[in-house]
Design a protein around this ligand. Structure first.
Ligand code: SF4
Length: 265
């Protein structure tokens, strides 16, 4: 039987670009306090017209306010309220807002159909030197908590940020292990890093590494398909690869296409 290829017409909203991490490749963040958070009224104006444009899923993708910050609760409440708004308008919200406390994750579960957090790479890489949220233990714990809370979860690898092939295998094996315990990983995104333009002044990425050679994506798909259980879908971004690579990835077992009309961080 030919494989079924899925995609979800999605739109990304960003509650805030501010983030206390400084991943060296980031073209998304601004410094804490450096932007105005998206209001519910603004979000409603963005979301309402999308109903007639075939959008089904709303990706809520946010920069992170530090867990110890006195602004953390307001940040979390804004994300919660945005999800609730999206639900009330008939969309399916999916939030990726960085590492959460167990209580935050449990609360967000009530207004999301699924949630996500990229593992990126578990190996300690130079690009994450100033990103406390990108430590391996913290991120694995998020996958474990999501399993414990029975949250359908998306994770993935960011490729071409200074890792080696053994690092891909280590990260994929960790995903397989947590899924083996809880059965909650619905898809794994294989995202090639590609340097982009920053959305606003002051966010210039400091890392000058080259974009991931997308021809190698086929290789990563093959390794992922070998290491992950077949019920986990492999997602690739069709806009970042050639048609030839895309078809080769499908042959190797990719079955899901990212279809957001806004770029993910
Ligand atoms: S990649 Fe994400 S976590 Fe890292 S600095 Fe950018 S917004 Fe923050």
């Amino acid at each position: 039987m030919p494989p079924i290829i899925t995609y979800s017409p999605a739109y990304t909203i960003v509650p805030t670009y501010e983030c206390f991490n400084r991943c060296a490749y980031c073209n998304f963040r601004v410094d804490p306090g450096g932007d105005r958070w998206l209001t519910l009224d603004e979000a409603e104006q963005i979301l309402r017209p999308l109903r007639s444009q075939g959008v089904i899923e709303i990706l809520v993708l946010s920069g992170e306010v530090h867990p110890q910050s006195d602004r953390r609760k307001a940040w979390f409440d804004r994300i919660y309220d945005l999800c609730e708004l999206a639900l009330s308008l008939g969309f399916l919200p999916h939030t990726n807002a960085g590492p959460l406390s167990f209580a935050e994750m449990a609360r967000l579960k009530t207004v999301n159909v699924s949630m996500g957090l990229m593992l990126e790479q578990l190996a300690p890489l130079g690009v994450h030197r100033h990103a406390p949220s990108k430590t391996a233990n913290l991120r694995i714990q998020q996958l474990e908590w999501a399993g414990e809370l029975r949250i359908p979860f998306t994770t993935g690898l960011l490729l071409g940020i200074g890792e080696c092939e053994a690092d891909w295998q280590e990260t994929l094996a960790a995903i397989a292990q947590t899924h083996d315990r809880w059965g909650h990983i619905q898809e794994v995104i294989l995202q090639p890093h590609s340097p982009g333009k920053q959305p606003s002044p002051g966010t210039l990425q400091s890392w000058t590494g080259e974009a991931f050679n997308s021809d190698r994506l086929v290789e990563v798909v093959a390794i992922a398909r070998r290491l992950l259980p077949s019920e986990i879908a492999l997602q690739i971004p069709p806009n970042l690869v050639s048609e030839e690579t895309l078809l080769a990835c499908l042959r190797e077992g990719a079955t899901d296409m990212a279809a957001s009309v806004r770029k993910m961080k």
